[in-house]
Ligand binder design. Structure first.
Ligand SMILES: NC(=O)c1ccc[n+]([C@@H]2O[C@H](COP(=O)([O-])OP(=O)(O)OC[C@H]3O[C@@H](n4cnc5c(N)ncnc54)[C@H](O)[C@@H]3O)[C@@H](O)[C@H]2O)c1
Length: 313
């Protein structure tokens, strides 16, 4: 396929280089001329194991080049991957400045195209952003209709900095959120050689899955640190505790207890949570995550709950 990749940061560089390696014809676009120059020199603008060699190889093979000219990139491609940043605003809200700007540029460039064009969002964006921001911006600036002249989908990225090339070829799954089958099928073809389950869902569900994943990862780190701090205060080897904890793939690291619905209850979970958080208080160990689980309004709801859908506890 002929691809344009907008935003040559971590996600954009890895996507551009890996898709070029897979045999696609890729043009990278960035507003930063230094990044563009570095790529055209066959070097990597990001520090990542294996990236310098990969970019050198695909640039030398003529399958990857970079430009600052959005219009030219859209004209020479059929599918655009949007990988611009979506940073936090000071109040925590999502800053969509770069997403809006890039959609304006892509929309304006699509206006003059006679062929259909597909826009694949790889940036992380809150549920509803495609419907509320991306689609209207593309339609206003192109004068065309999404779903008829323009295909749109979200294809979140799950790479980790430091192992992003390995993660690209071995993701937990490939996720495509699209509201039309043709776009989903076309984007799915990009991943034909990646050995990972492919999930196709609605745009809003895919937007949400990315947040569910990242929130859970953050929760895991914080949980492990709180258990670790309690262990430390009690002179217990926290690594051994968590290693044994992780060996339980039936209840601990499993789909069990991960269905939204009722609150938890039963005779053990509330009692044991209260005991360990009280112990932490005695030890002067801060456990904000564990403490927040037993906050009063939730506790009342849980105690009123006659049974738990999550099974015996
Ligand atoms: N970094 C990660 O590990 C990672 C992993 C998964 C998802 N994500 C998500 O992917 C998105 C990109 O993340 P990143 O870390 O690659 O960002 P980044 O800040 O490293 O790179 C973004 C790039 O976009 C460029 N850009 C901004 N406006 C542009 C425009 N109008 N046209 C062309 N280029 C433009 C910037 O110059 C910059 O080079 C974010 O939404 C992020 O949350 C990041």
């Amino acid at each position: 396929m002929r691809l344009s990749v907008f935003g040559l940061g971590y996600v954009g560089c890895v996507s551009a280089a890996c898709f070029a390696k897979e045999g696609h014809e890729v043009v990278g676009v960035d507003v930063n001329p230094t990044k563009v120059e570095i790529i055209n020199d066959g070097r990597s603008p990001i520090v990542e194991p294996g990236m310098d060699e990969l970019i050198a190889e695909v640039v030398a093979a003529g399958r990857l080049r970079a430009t600052t000219a959005a219009k030219e990139a859209i004209e020479s491609s059929d599918v655009s991957l949007v990988c611009v940043g979506t940073p936090s605003a000071p109040n925590g809200s999502l800053n969509l400045t770069y997403v809006k700007r890039v959609c304006e540029e892509i929309g304006a460039a699509i206006e003059g195209k006679s062929r259909p064009h597909t826009v694949v969002i790889r940036s992380t964006m809150l549920p509803g952003t495609i419907e509320g921001v991306v689609v209207p911006t593309l339609e206003i600036y192109s004068g065309k209709k999404v779903g008829r002249d323009i295909g749109i989908c979200i294809n979140p990225e799950f790479l980790r900095e430091g192992s992003s090339l390995a993660d690209f070829y071995s993701p937990p799954f490939t996720l495509i959120g699209a509201d039309d089958e043709e776009t989903a099928r076309m984007v799915g073809r990009l991943y034909a050689r990646i050995e990972a389950p492919l999930f196709v869902t609605s745009i809003k569900s895919a937007e949400m899955v990315k947040y569910a994943c990242n929130c859970f990862h953050a929760l895991k780190v914080s949980f492990a640190n709180e258990i670790g701090n309690i262990c430390k205060a009690l002179g217990i080897d926290s690594h051994e505790v968590m290693e044994i904890f992780c060996r339980d793939t039936k209840l601990n690291l499993s789909p069990y207890y991960l269905k939204p619905g009722f609150a938890f209850g039963g005779s053990c979970l509330p009692k044991d949570l209260r005991a360990i958080t009280y112990k932490a208080k005695e030890l002067d160990v801060e456990v904000p995550v564990l403490s927040s689980i037993m906050q009063k309004p939730l506790v009342l709801r849980r105690w009123n709950s006659p049974y738990s859908p999550h099974g015996p506890m």
